[in-house]
Design a protein around this ligand. Sequence first.
Ligand SMILES: Nc1ncnc2c1ncn2[C@@H]1O[C@H](COP(=O)(O)OP(=O)(O)OP(=O)(O)O)[C@@H](O)[C@H]1O
Ligand SMILES: [Mg+2]
Length: 327
Amino acid sequence: MAEILRVVVSARKGGCGKTVVAVLVARELARRGRRVLVLDLDPQRVGVSLRLGAPVDPPLPYTAVDLVLGPSGRPFSAHSVIEGRLDLVPANQRDLAPLERLLAEMHERRTAATGGDLRRDLLDTRLAGVEVDYDFVLVDTPTGFGEVTTNALEAADVVLSPIDMSSADNVESLADLQEHLEEVKRQPRVFFIPNKYVARERQSQAALARARVLCRGRLLERALLPSCAAVAQAMAERRDFVATSETAEALSLGVWRLGRLLIGLAEGTAGERLAEGARDPRRRWLPPPRAPKQRPVLDARPRAHALPAPIAPRSSPLSRFRPPGPS
Ligand SMILES: Nc1ncnc2c1ncn2[C@@H]1O[C@H](COP(=O)(O)OP(=O)(O)OP(=O)(O)O)[C@@H](O)[C@H]1O
Ligand SMILES: [Mg+2]
């Protein structure tokens, strides 16, 4: 039987595509008939609430802050984005601004009262009370690993972490997620999503080569998301994304594969290779620090067994989005 799957989108780096991934995956799961609740914890002007077309001007009847902080006299309610399929607990900058501090204070008080190394499990507990009508809960988080994000990670079954592939330097910040997760007591499965990939750009190729080494099996290379103007446009216009070009088709394919993976994980049927790397949540995915004589990043080639199957046959119109690597 399918379980409610909580998916948290998180990364150290700003602008890597957390909100875009949350929106695309939420719409994809809804399209496939799943009931999805999106929780907006990202205090950005252009956060998931706006991009899903929700009104965000205060006062909102019920916000993500009500949900996280618990009983406030306001009963749970969600904004319907797609009737019966996709709901959103919205928030705006003003609501979310004090949340980081409030959560830290609550945690300090609980620690002082009970002692010990307490789990930051507020969101975990609150979600359990409201999620029963859904198949998936998707949480968009702020950049970095503050109190809000740590609460979200403590509630997560799965973490999706987009990597901005426009520069190889972006890939190095993956180590921060691993370090932070070692302090999180509930161990979610982690998947990295290569985002904003540009096949012809050497920086993107170098980023992908480095990500293969660093993420090992946790890199969802088959769900690679190219840089695509249409998706940025759709987000700006707060509408669903329509694939009208080859690049957009490739992005749709990546999102479709992400949806398939998440449904497989929820239904316990994710035996496919996409999920292989995250089987053992306690396994470290980063290699030890680089040896001094290691080859430069641009020459770094993945080991043969770390390569996934090609994402499309050579004759496919999508083949130019296939990541470089030995054929
Ligand atoms: N695959 C993509 N193709 C083109 N543009 C993209 C893609 N992914 C994200 N973007 C654009 O990159 C910018 C940052 O994306 P997004 O807001 O999702 O990042 P974020 O990680 O949520 O940022 P923040 O840390 O500010 O919350 C946005 O303008 C978005 O439209
Ligand atoms: Mg964001």
